[in-house]
Design a protein around this ligand. Structure first.
Ligand code: IMP
Length: 429
């Protein structure tokens, strides 16, 4: 298996950035296949911090980086991110960045609608990142999106704009908002078109060539399986499929190309935004983990909710996404606890569940069944071999592996690229 697909197996923020960066240094191409600039991937390389939202993590190391058709692309966010990284010395050009010409665009009207809906929902809000992701995907599925390839045909865009704006004007009227200013929108598109078009191409073709040449491709998922539009905690989810299967449809390669599926799993659980979270800790342990783990959103700066490791949801995510092996991250955040807990099942109205039920009310009501293990006082931070881990940390990793029925391929012990314990090499497996 030459290729690797990386996905988050919880609610996002599992530490994918570091693992992807580590793998990207050995890949020939890195592909984003879903989501948009709602993602937040932090890379720390030689002490330098790079924060990415839209660009594939390979871009920092100069690896060919591809934004696939499954992504919703905010062209202004792309420009801002490219310029920010260039300011940090990263070289970005048409040789190392390709954007699918069939990517739907996120427009200012999508951001507006995202905000209007969230405000109107009050306490029932999803807690979105406010980037317009959901409304942009709605327009894609509604067959009225403006896509990257349309930027080369702005003079004949009017019928498409009419169709798009008729829809948005009706929605905006419901929120007492003025109709879309079409001229202003067209002007904004004219202003950004050339910047995006320099990277635009049929990326499926580029990938076909790359694959034929025997290159190693890394597919970089965003968010996590519990935020998947079908399999997640609906309606408190994002608007794309975050599972591994999307790597194929969101980039233009067949399912036989996506290779080893590496699920990224944090050694505890976090979630940002609203929705059910059975193992959430609202006590001083949760606060301690949040502080030690710097659990603040990369994109919105929001404080993340924190809880114990939930083996039920991770086992489910691994099954749904066909995970070959996991990378366990941030184990060092648990250092110094007297005991650690793992959720092994749920209780709901007198019944025991070994899976996370689909209904939102059931998901909100399930009570976790915990197994308690001794913690470890020694530091795991920076360990680079299994032998460097304290015995109780090893037991914790082994127990997780058993409960989720999936092997641990890597353990990450700090944000630094090389502080990684490798059990199995995903590119060689
Ligand atoms: P949206 O993707 O902005 O529509 O937000 C929908 C839900 O997904 C919200 O709960 C967000 O907090 C969550 N979400 C979106 N992107 C990420 C991410 O990269 N990490 C964690 N949560 C995310």
């Amino acid at each position: 298996m030459a290729n690797v697909t990386v996905i988050g197996a919880q609610w996002g923020d599992e530490g994918k950035g570091k693992i992807v960066d580590w793998l990207a240094s050995r890949a020939d191409a890195v592909v984003r296949f879903q989501g948009g600039h709602n993602a937040g991937h932090t890379l720390v390389i030689d002490g330098n911090v790079y924060k990415l939202s839209l660009l594939p993590s390979g871009i920092v190391s100069g690896t060919l980086s591809i934004i696939g058709n499954g992504v919703v692309l905010d062209p202004w966010a792309l420009k801002a991110e490219v310029e920010k990284l260039e300011g940090q010395g990263v070289v970005i050009n048409a040789d190392n960045l390709a954007v699918a010409d069939n990517c739907p665009l996120i427009l200012p009207i999508h951001r507006d609608l995202d905000g209007l809906r969230e405000t109107a929902a009050g306490a029932g809000k999803i807690g979105t990142t406010g980037r317009g992701i959901g409304p942009a995907y709605e327009d894609k599925v509604g067959r009225r999106a403006i896509r990257v390839c349309d930027l080369a045909h702005l003079d004949s865009l009017e019928p498409q704009l009419d169709r798009l704006c008729a829809h948005h004007d009706a929605l905006r009227a419901g929120f007492d908002q003025p109709p879309v200013d079409r001229e202003a929108l067209l002007e904004e598109l004219r202003g950004i078109a050339d910047f995006v078009l320099q990277y635009a191409q049929p990326v499926w073709k580029r990938l076909k060539k790359v694959r034929k040449a025997g290159a190693k491709i890394l597919f970089e998922g965003a968010q996590g399986v519990l935020l998947d539009i079908d399999h997640g905690t609906y309606p408190f989810v994002t608007s794309s499929n975050t599972v591994s299967g999307t790597a194929a449809s969101g980039s233009g390669l067949g399912p036989n190309s996506t290779g080893y599926v590496l699920g990224i799993v944090k050694a505890y659980t976090t979630r940002v935004g609203s929705g059910p979270f059975p193992t959430e800790l609202e006590d001083e342990i949760g606060q301690r983990l949040g502080e030690r783990g710097h659990e603040f959103g990369t994109v919105t700066g929001r404080q993340r909710r924190v809880g114990w490791f939930d083996a039920v949801i991770v086992r489910q995510s691994c099954a749904i996404s066909g995970v070959t092996g996991i990378a366990l991250t941030k184990i060092d955040v648990l250092d110094g606890l007297d005991e650690v807990k793992i959720c092994t099942g749920y209780r709901l109205r007198g019944n025991v569940y070994d899976y996370f039920p689909s209904h939102a009310a059931d998901q909100a009501e399930v009570e976790p069944i915990y197994e308690t293990m001794d913690g470890w006082s020694e530091s795991t931070a920076g360990a680079r071999s299994f032998a460097d881990l304290p015995a109780n940390a090893v037991k914790y990793v082994q127990r997780i592996q058993e409960l989720i029925e999936t092997p641990v391929a890597l353990v990450s012990t700090s944000p630094e690229r090389d502080d990684t314990i490798l059990m199995r090499d995903p590119f060689m497996d």
